[in-house]
Ligand binder design. Structure first.
Ligand code: FES
Length: 154
């Protein structure tokens, strides 16, 4: 069950919009912050708070890649695989990370520190190839940079 603080936060978010349905996306981020990922229970709670049918929340949560549908590691590495990043070496970036962490895409390291995902455009095409780790962007990636970034997270 969502904490009282999280429920209050969602209720406050609804005041920013003319209709409660518009608050679904930020409300799902509250759920993700609370549980670490978007649980079915969390989606149902959002629907209840916003007075919506649960399917209206489920369809948003399952459409967007920024909502984790299962637990992720302490550091969630999301490598953009869209066109600009792919043309400038996203596949190479993924390969480097897989090799350094010993996992494949969609996997989490056994110590639960890192999860590796491939995602669609993160809106930073001008600094491709890029990745997002938790809430932070890392851009114009090179192998030495990736090495330094991963080392800094251990
Ligand atoms: S294509 Fe990678 S950020 Fe847009």
């Amino acid at each position: 069950m969502l904490s009282e603080k999280a429920v209050k936060e969602i209720e406050e978010i609804t005041t920013r919009y003319p209709v409660k349905r518009s608050a679904v996306m930020p409300a799902l981020f509250v759920v993700q912050k609370e549980y670490g990922y978007v649980t079915e229970e969390g989606m149902r709670e959002v629907a209840k708070i916003l007075g919506l049918r649960p399917i209206l929340v489920f369809e948003v949560a399952t459409f967007y890649t920024m909502y984790n549908k299962k637990p992720v590691g302490k550091y969630h590495i999301q490598v953009c695989r869209n066109i600009s990043c792919s043309l400038l070496g996203a596949e190479h970036v993924v390969g480097i990370i897989e090799r350094k962490l010993g996992i494949k895409v969609k996997e989490t390291t056994s110590d639960k520190r890192f999860t590796l995902s491939e995602v669609e455009c993160l809106g930073s095409c001008g600094t491709a190839p890029m990745m997002q780790i938790n809430d932070k962007y890392y851009e114009s990636l090179t192998e030495p940079m990736i090495d330094d970034i991963l080392k800094s997270l251990k």
